[in-house]
Design a binder for this molecule. Structure first.
Ligand SMILES: Cc1cc2nc3c(=O)[nH]c(=O)nc-3n(C[C@H](O)[C@H](O)[C@H](O)COP(=O)(O)OP(=O)(O)OC[C@H]3O[C@@H](n4cnc5c(N)ncnc54)[C@H](O)[C@@H]3O)c2cc1C
Length: 404
């Protein structure tokens, strides 16, 4: 039998593995359950496709937090600079945005994906769309296609099936049970880069849902983030919240609640705010007074009103107001469901795979990408790790095939 490599899951991880393996002359077939490839990658393109980050390597690696050590050798095999070169090779120049994030100049994913798929085709990769993998019959792979089930044999199989967020784009975590049946250790899939529930009053949520709270500083335990987030009908989501979401999620999982502290006016120090609040209020309403003296936005004032007793607005001292402005307690009750999260934590544990990313208890089956047990913040770190993992697992498959 000629060596046939089957990749199941045509997201950025699987496509990258296919790219490397086919460039070395291997026979590669990609099976994908959806009618087209890389739908999540295309969705990322709606935000401009933040493909990686420009910071120096040490600080880049630190962003993977407790997974840094395990991801370091992976990222080193396909660095952020390699990512930028790879984009250029496909005709997409990249640029560094003001926050250090890297984007294609077109600010889109579709031209890159088109060029990528064309290259794969030219390198002889075969595409099997609308093939939904259902597990194994002995060593044969089972796929559900329009007309029923088919069984397929492979020399090596890569599973790059993604996590469980945004399931309508294809990755829904249905592989968890299939792998558990094979005694593969999988840690529970949990939302990452996700929002959280807050008990707003109806008045506040109706008035401010969908509005951003800009230029605030949020703190949780020893971490502080300056940025913005969105108030939703039932809670909060968006950039600054996502940055802290893994520790917030762990806290709500453990204690049922996480207490976030907000500084609603981080650019003014306490003494300055206090002196402004000590000015005479005259006949101004408290809202107007806060707007005029401290320059608080409507939504920040709305937040303060959530805490204050509306019957006693005239009685709050400048010191009490200052404390609410600088140390606003926001109680988060639970994370939003995984299907709304940007990415997934948990997955196949690193203990279950060897140095080639092959399952220890299922020879010839390899795992890579978001379905492995790591997580990362937004900022380009997700795609960088997935695609670097695609490069590494291709090397792992090659090693294994050569050793057979
Ligand atoms: C809205 C949004 C915006 C994002 N923006 C960014 C960003 O700007 N920068 C960044 O770094 N990251 C971003 N991400 C995250 C990034 O897109 C993912 O981390 C990345 O796509 C994961 O790659 P993957 O190949 O491992 O999995 P996926 O991209 O999820 O691909 C898995 C593939 O497997 C297929 N599949 C699943 N099960 C089966 C089955 N049983 N049979 C056959 N096929 C199957 C799926 O259909 C899918 O095509 C964003 C995510 C979302 C949701």
């Amino acid at each position: 039998m000629t060596k046939k490599i089957i990749i199941i899951g045509g997201g950025p991880t699987g496509l990258m593995a296919a790219d490397v393996l086919s460039s070395k002359g291997f026979d590669v077939i990609i099976y994908e359950r959806k009618p087209s490839f890389a739908r999540k990658f295309l969705m990322a393109g709606r935000g401009g496709l933040n493909i990686t980050h420009s910071e120096e390597m040490n600080s880049f690696i630190q962003k993977y937090d407790e997974n840094s050590e395990i991801l370091k050798p992976i990222i080193e095999q396909f660095t952020p600079q390699n990512m930028r070169d790879w984009c250029l090779d496909l005709g997409e120049e990249t640029f560094i945005g003001s926050s250090g994030r890297v984007f294609p100049k077109s600010f889109k994913a579709s031209p890159l994906l088109r060029a990528w798929l064309k290259r794969l085709e030219n390198q002889g990769v075969q595409f099997k769309l609308n093939h939904d993998w259902q597990g194994w019959n002995q060593d044969k792979l089972i796929f559900n296609i329009k007309n029923g089930l088919i069984e397929v044999e492979a020399t090596a199989t890569l599973l790059s099936l993604g996590g469980a967020s945004w399931p309508r784009l294809g990755a829904d975590g249905s592989w968890v049970d299939l792998l558990k049946q094979e005694n593969v250790e999988v840690s529970a899939l949990r939302p990452s880069n996700c929002g959280f529930y807050v008990e707003w009053t109806d008045f506040f949520s109706q008035k401010f849902k969908g509005h951003p709270l800009k230029s605030v500083e949020i703190s949780f335990k020893d971490r502080k983030i300056k940025g913005e987030f969105i108030v939703t009908e039932k809670g909060v989501e968006g950039g600054a919240i996502y940055s802290l979401s893994s520790s917030l999620r762990n806290e709500v999982d453990l204690n049922g609640v996480a207490q976030l502290s907000l500084d609603l006016k981080p650019d003014l120090n306490e003494a300055e705010i206090l002196s402004r609040l000590q000015k005479p209020r005259r006949k101004m309403s408290l809202s107007n007074f806060l707007r005029k003296t401290v320059n608080l936005s409507d939504i920040a004032i709305g937040l303060l009103m959530e805490k204050l007793d509306r019957m006693k607005l005239g009685e709050y001292t400048p010191q009490q107001l200052l404390e609410h402005i600088k140390f606003y307690d926001l109680r988060l009750n639970a994370s939003f469901p995984i299907d709304r999260a940007i990415s997934t934590a948990g997955g196949v544990t690193f203990n279950s795979i060897d140095n080639n990313f092959m399952l220890k208890n299922k020879e010839g089956v390899f795992i890579a990408g978001e379905m492995l047990d790591w997580e990362a913040p937004t900022g380009g770190y997700l795609l960088q790790a997935c695609m670097a993992n695609g490069v590494c697992v291709a090397g792992g498959i090659e090693n294994w095939i050569k050793s057979e």
